[in-house]
Every structure is written in structure tokens, then in C-alpha cells.
Design a protein. Sequence first.
Length: 259
Amino acid sequence: MSNSPSTIQSVDRALTVLSLLAEHGELGVTELAALLGVHKSTAFRLVTTLEQHDMVEQDGGRGKYRLGVGVLQLAGATTARLDLVQCSRPVTRRLAEELGETVNITVLSGQEALYLDQTAATAALRPHNWVGQRTPLHATSNGKVLLAHVSDTRFTELTAGPLRRFTDRTKTAVRALRAEVEAVRRNGYAVAVDELEIGLTAIAAPIAGPDGEVAGSVSASGPTFRIPAERVPHVAAMVVEAARQISRKLGWHGLPKQS
């Protein structure tokens, strides 16, 4: 267990329980208490809490605990994101070189777009690295694509709070945003011009997972002077095609399902 003053003891102990079960396979409360150096009642509270979240489960016959299906669900979510990055990278590299712009992969995470991967053309200036960062849904092309493929209830939840204005081009009225994402759904791609920051244009399209549900989005972005209005249709067509190629690599060969 960590002795850092910044750690929360109960969380640290709970994570240690998971690590011990991963190492030993099955352990009883007495064994866990001894390994943790805590009283049996403390160990029991830890495994009971973890059991309520399906992170551990008990063998009724022997009273021992083992890792539960919740751990598999978390691992599955991580694997799905890794699969998305691995499957998309050959496509995004090719797209970045063909367009001479930066290409990003994002997924919906909480109430924001989470950037999983980024590829820049070799000839392009060094871009800002978005990997691991989160951006607002309403002010980005990736965010609008993700918003366009959630249920009405989820859309309402995601746009419930005040929408921050980043530039004069940012849409902060929910009604206008809803109309735009409906158009995104019809057109198959989203465009954001000077909405997150002045001088930045981005175009995104949805990526479908094996079940046809939208698993993420792919976008191409660059300076607005390099992606003027007359170039948008060409870039959009290439981004949409890239999204289809990635979707096929993930196992889906149709159009993204509508929520």
C-alpha cells in the first residue's frame, strides 16, 4: 500500500485488495486482513463494498473472495479503446498525409470528448498535442458528432448546464445546437469553424463499432486559412471515408446506427 500523504487510505486499501486477489486468485477475509495489516472487520467492509460494485465476488461454498465481473467490464472498456486506436492508426496516418493536416480520434467520456490519438502530417507544423485532453462537445466537430448519436434524453443531460462561449462563433443556444446535430446526423459529418478557437477549422465523422453503435469519431483539423469554405466538402468526404474504413476494421460494414 502507498504511504503517500496525498492518498486516501480506504481507496488505497480497496485497490490493494484487488491486486491481492489478482495475485492469489482467492482469499478469505482473515487472509486479506493479515496481508493488509488491518482488523478483520475493516477487511470485511472493504470486500463488501467491492462486492456491491461487482468488483469482487464470493465463493459461497468456501467463503473466499475472487475478482468479479466488474473488473472484466472495466478491462473490456479499456480494450475497446485500445482497439479503436490500433485499428484507426493506419487510416489516420494516411489521411493526415493526404490532407496535410492533423487527424484526431475521440470518444465520449462523461460530458466531454476525450482525445485518444493524434496523427499529424510530416510536413505540417508541430500541432498542439490533444491526446489525453478533453474538449467541450458543443464547440468542436468531434463533440457534435458524438452529440448527434446519443439519445434525446442523453442529449438533454449533456447540454443541461450553461454552454461556455469560447469565441463569437460558439453556439451556446441549445435549440440551435440541437438543430445542428440533427443536420450532422443527416449529412454524416460535422464542421466547426472558429468555434473553439479563432483560426481553427475541424471536420469530423462518426466511427461505428462492431454493433453499429457509434464508438467514437475521427476528425481532420487545421488553420482556417488552409481549410476555407470551398475546401470543406473535399475534406469532409475524405474524413467520412476514413471513418468508414475504421468502422470496417472494427467489424461494422453499414452506417452508424441512430439513437
